[in-house]
Design a protein around this ligand. Structure first.
Ligand SMILES: [Zn+2]
Ligand SMILES: [Zn+2]
Length: 478
């Protein structure tokens, strides 16, 4: 219960002692009956917040973070690929569209006749329940609560099935309407003119048959991609190989796990040209945030390291807290020595929308403000975003020569796809940053790239696809 926002150990104990609340079901019952508001130190507002948190939790529990699903998908796919007679195995659905959360997993296979793939599918280690088993379709539930569907499709329909089961539903409906206008029928078996199959073996053929360029799965949300494909104006989406460096990372000088040197070497191994070290500032006490004196010491250490390192440049930065009054948690006399600042809210989440927006924009007035980190503060399945007018914040960033971050931690992915698209349409570049607290976390950037692709981002829309020389110019405030 302490995982719910606003419920500390003390309150949980009070709920238990006074109302006999032992679990979330009890909690739900007590809150609905308005028993909680009568308790000392709770009130109607708290009760309302508890109900809201429970509602959100129920809604979230149906969807799983893509990073978690990916581990399951990878090993399930490997398990199926090893089955005799199996040719192709691919995961379709929202997983393939790289949505930040996935409801269930849709796996497609093609195989030779007589392959025992369905038996092997339901025998997989993690299966807790076999919901159904047939010759072309089976469904299981995994211990993690994830539902997995397997469909065996004919090679001749592979492209059509992949297209159909990748979705999204809204996209598929729009394309079907388009097909009908051309007197074509499109379904999971192929594209048909009357009874004649005109396409279906590959996805490309399916698109071609309805007069469209190939549309990347991340774009298939019916948000203008069909129009763009018709006019040959689809974006050339950013990919991981375009990323030249990371602009938000931590070391063991604060709450990270690895040293400056280890982080730099890990970044170099990824082929990066630069890596910004951005420790927390003193306000974030739990993370052992830095004051001016400790930061100055780290800047000297970075100078020394840069002299010894070859092929990568360590940039001097900080993840500085935006205080409640919109000032930054570090003196400008130190900020002016940095290559960049990443500025963030880590407290004061309950301000009104107007006040929160104003607070961030006031912070941007500081000439050393560069990038707003994890701009909405949401944590997927745990915490919704704080009230803030992101569009207004983006406009303010554009006016001042500041930027926003797409934080690539799989539990953040903040900004989301819709906000990424908003930034792109406004001409505001974003930084896709891993916010790594360990060397291996640098690879999170690919989740950010996926999210960016869903937001139509092209390489030029992303700050850290630029070489350092160009990036330095972009960061310089006018
Ligand atoms: Zn942060
Ligand atoms: Zn951070």
């Amino acid at each position: 219960m302490t995982a719910l926002p606003g419920l500390g150990a003390k309150r949980v104990r009070a709920l238990h002692d006074e109302l006999g609340v032992r679990d979330l079901t009890d909690l739900q019952r007590a809150a609905t009956r308005q028993r909680i508001r009568e308790l000392h130190g709770f009130g109607a507002k708290t009760e309302q917040r508890i109900l809201e948190a429970l509602r959100r939790r129920a809604q979230f529990e149906r969807r799983h973070k893509i990073s978690d699903v990916e581990d399951i998908a990878d090993s399930y796919v490997a398990h199926l690929k090893a089955v005799q007679g199996v040719k192709e195995v691919i995961v379709a659905g929202s997983f393939r569209r790289r949505k930040e959360t996935v409801g269930d997993l849709d796996i497609l296979v093609t195989c030779k006749k007589g392959s025992p793939v369905m038996d092997r599918f339901v025998e997989y280690d993690e299966v807790s329940d076999v919901v159904s088993q047939g010759s072309t379709r089976s469904t299981v539930l995994l211990r993690s609560g994830l539902q997995v569907d397997l469909r065996v499709v004919a090679q001749i329909s592979y492209g059509a099935a992949l297209y159909y089961f990748t979705g999204s539903k809204a996209h598929n409906i729009a394309v079907r309407t388009l097909a009908v206008k051309k007197k074509l029928k499109i379904n999971e078996y192929g594209v048909f003119k009357g009874k004649r199959r005109v396409a279906g073996k590959t996805e490309k053929d399916v698109f071609k048959a309805v007069g469209l360029r190939y549309i990347e799965p991340e774009l298939r949300e019916n948000r203008g991609e069909i129009e763009a494909a018709k006019k040959n104006r689809l974006p050339h989406l950013v990919s991981v190989s375009d990323i030249r460096g990371d602009l938000h990372t931590h070391t063991n000088a604060t709450d990270g796990h690895h040293s400056l040197r280890q982080m730099a070497e890990a970044a170099k191994k990824l082929g990066y040209a630069y890596l910004a070290i951005t420790e927390h500032s003193k306000r974030v006490v739990i993370a052992h945030g830095m004051d001016e004196k400790r930061l100055r010491k780290q800047l000297d250490a970075i100078d020394r390291l840069n002299q010894r390192l070859d092929g990568i440049r360590v940039l001097k930065g900080i993840e500085v807290d935006i205080l409640e009054d919109g000032t930054l948690d570090m003196d400008n006399s130190v900020l002016k020595h940095l290559d960049l600042t990443v500025c963030a809210l880590h407290s004061g989440f309950r301000l009104s929308r107007a006040k929160q927006t104003e607070r961030v924009i006031r912070a941007m007035d500081n000439p050393y403000f560069n990038i707003l980190a994890h701009p909405t503060g949401r944590l997927i399945n745990q915490r919704s975003e704080y009230e803030i007018d992101i569009e207004r914040v983006m406009e303010a960033a554009l006016e001042r020569g500041c930027y926003l971050e797409l934080n690539a931690q799989p539990s953040r992915l903040d900004l989301d796809d819709v906000h990424c698209r908003m930034a792109k349409d406004m001409g505001l570049r974003l930084a896709i940053s891993a916010d790594a607290h360990a060397a291996s976390n640098l690879e999170y950037v690919r989740f950010g790239v996926d999210q960016g692709r869903r937001g139509w981002l092209e390489p030029d829309d992303v700050l850290n696809t630029r070489p350092w020389r160009e990036l330095a110019k972009l960061l310089a405030r006018p």
